[in-house]
Write a new protein. Structure first.
Length: 291
């Protein structure tokens, strides 16, 4: 299948290309960091530039657009709101309008942070209540996507796995710090349903080919866990000292995620669509270690 992917040098985009480049005809867009992968084409395109977006979509004629590109740094989004809005909202609008020209299926990557963070195991029917400007922009972009006739919105949980030289994940950070025998401070009271990046990619791949459209799905792992307990499991699987992991409460440091103490997801809806079971943390970390 012919796929146009945005955010090709980002964590999810990179894993998507790396995992599926021999199965699909993938063209990946990037802005700042050019990467090279066999059997995957990369083009530098700023999704804020409407004409450039229309030109590349017209050139590629994709059957599917997978939109992963975004300003995801919560602190940066709060400090530079114009940048966050132009990329996360206007960039999405440009892509949706270009997508309508070729009638491509549109898969939009949103975030678990659109939920309030005041409960647990949020379902897709829960009323969104974003607590950060980043999450506000992602939710506004969801509204733009829902104006299209053939979309899937994925509210994605915290991901882990292997990144690249330009971008990494929470687990990459743990790996770097623990390998250097440096202590890490990890929130003991923030809970998520982390998902192994390859599971996220395989879920997207299945949704690409299935006759599913105009739906919102939560996409996370099968286990609700604190960042601290995730870090302990990571150290155990990769053979690092758990003594290096220091539990801290969220209110002990200045954080732009203060309102997101529990954004854990109920993933039963997407699990009924997928042919495989989303992994828990132990399963995901062991798969990561083997890869």
């Amino acid at each position: 299948m012919k796929i146009l992917l945005t955010g090709g040098s980002g964590f999810l985009g990179w894993n998507f290309c790396k995992t599926l480049r021999f199965k699909h005809d993938i063209t990946a867009l990037y802005l700042s960091h050019e990467l090279f992968l066999e059997n995957c084409k990369f083009y530098k395109v700023d999704i804020r530039n409407r004409q450039d977006v229309f030109n590349i979509v017209k050139q590629i004629q994709p059957e599917v657009i997978v939109h992963t590109a975004a300003i995801t740094n919560v602190q940066l989004c709060d400090k530079d709101r114009d940048l966050a809005y132009s990329v996360n909202v206007e960039g999405t609008r440009n892509l949706i309008e270009a997508s309508s020209e070729v009638k491509a299926k549109f898969i939009y990557i949103s975030t678990d942070l659109v939920y309030s963070g005041d409960g647990s195991f949020f379902t897709e029917d829960a009323e969104p209540e974003p607590k950060s400007y980043y999450a506000q922009t992602k939710l506004e972009a969801e509204g733009i996507v829902k104006s299209y006739d053939n979309y899937i919105i994925l509210r994605l949980a915290l991901m882990y796995g292997w990144g690249n030289v330009f971008t990494n994940s929470f687990s990459d950070w743990l790996h770097t710090e623990l390998r250097a025998k440096r202590k890490v401070k990890v929130f003991v009271d923030q809970f998520r349903t982390p998902i192994y990046a390859v599971d996220a990619v395989m879920a997207i791949d299945e949704l690409i080919s299935k006759d599913v459209k105009n739906e919102i799905f939560n996409l996370g792992g099968s286990e609700r866990i604190s960042r601290y307990n995730f870090a302990l499991k990571f150290a155990d699987v990769f053979g690092y000292s758990q003594d290096l992991i220091v539990p801290v409460p969220m209110d002990s440091v200045k954080t732009y995620l203060a309102g997101a103490k529990d954004c854990s997801l109920n993933t039963s809806k997407i699990q009924t669509v997928l042919s495989f079971k989303l992994k828990n943390v132990d399963e995901g970390l062991n798969a990561m270690k083997r890869s």
